[in-house]
Ligand binder design. Structure first.
Ligand code: C5P
Length: 230
């Protein structure tokens, strides 16, 4: 059944999925890798659509796959699919261009974080709404982290109490994301990094273990188990 989005919501969620070599079907790139018989992108969009204040979802797909991705997602939720660009950052900019000005909160989300709970999407959006220009969900770093030099020799131990692992969705005030994208001169993998470079504060909120990035074979096993538990 196709989910309904909240016509009065104030949040747009952008999902860049236009990486080179993207194709539908098994064995393809991670956004379309199958988890319990469905592409990660489908799982991710289903959870985004379940977040109460989401009014619009924009997926950037490879130009040749726009129609196929539209068909894939049509039964899941009302999604706007645009052609992405040469770099991830350009794909985000092109998706952002589809968002009307009256939407005040824009989230950028990774399809590989397919089990991200709707509550995390809401808590990031809420922090932006409270006045933070940029918000990232984070988890503490649990391993001891070493800095290593030539010859695999340990140079030192990093104080992990000041480190955080960053997840998505990353949330922004619409005007802030538009501004930093318009003036970005070099490509970053992280939109919050653009805000940092612009000298604006980036605020952390607690992330979720369920928002793990499903990239390695072991992550897929864990994700399948999590789906069955829930
Ligand atoms: O290739 P990489 O791992 O950096 O891609 C990160 C995300 O950005 C992926 O979801 C990929 O599909 C997306 N991407 C994009 N447009 C590009 C390159 C990457 O939307 N031109």
């Amino acid at each position: 059944m196709t989910a309904q989005l909240n016509a009065r919501g104030d949040v747009a969620v952008l999902v860049p999925a236009a990486g080179a070599g993207v194709r539908l079907g098994p064995g393809g790139p991670k956004a379309l890798r199958l988890l319990a018989g469905e592409p990660l992108l489908v799982h991710a969009i289903r959870r985004v659509a379940a977040a109460a204040s989401v009014r619009m979802i924009v997926v950037a797909a490879p130009a040749a796959e726009v129609e196929a991705v539209r068909e894939l997602l049509a039964p899941v939720a009302p999604v706007t699919v645009v052609a992405g660009g040469a770099e991830r950052q350009e794909s985000v900019s092109l998706a952002l261009a589809a968002v009307p000005a009256e939407i005040e909160v824009v989230l950028v989300h990774d399809a590989a974080r397919a089990l991200t709970p709707p509550q995390l999407i809401e808590s990031v959006a809420a922090a932006v709404r409270q006045g933070h220009p940029a918000v990232i969900p984070v988890l503490p770093v649990v391993d001891t982290i070493k800095e290593v030099g030539p010859g695999d020799t340990v140079l030192g131990t990093v104080d992990r109490s000041v480190l955080r692992s960053v997840q998505t969705p990353q949330g922004f005030r619409h005007d802030v994301l538009t501004e930093v994208h318009a003036s970005a001169d070099d490509a970053l993998t992280d939109d919050a990094g653009l805000v940092e470079k612009a000298g604006l504060p980036v605020t952390c909120v607690p992330g979720s273990e369920l928002a793990l990035k499903i990239t390695r074979p072991l992550d897929l096993v864990l994700a399948e188990a999590l789906l069955h538990v829930r």
